[in-house]
Design a protein around this ligand. Sequence first.
Ligand SMILES: [Zn+2]
Length: 126
Amino acid sequence: MIDDRLQASPARNLRLAARRGLAGRCPACGKGRLFRSYLKPVDSCASCGEDLSQIRADDGPAWLTILVVGHLVVALVLGIDSWAGWPLWQAMAFYPTLGLALCLALLPVSKGLFIGVIWAGEPAPA
Ligand SMILES: [Zn+2]
């Protein structure tokens, strides 16, 4: 059974909302900030007033971040280790630090993407 609200409301632009979310901006207007702190989203957009309080990304951003960072770091370990021949202590210091830095950098970007995509999937107000 299809929800009547979905049929009656116009679709939101998924790509635009995803791009705005990736940039850490409101998926509706692209002007207001999406986060009030590192990973805490705002309740509503300061620019357009769009209510963002009901959007819950849950574990999606962490899953995506680990997926991307894991593949990058493993590829780097295999690629660098084959020609650099680093000592074990150097590799044990570098790769975890790189992985942690990439996770911390990508997590808010990933959360913004999820919030943008979830927002685009909601029915627009009539
Ligand atoms: Zn906005």
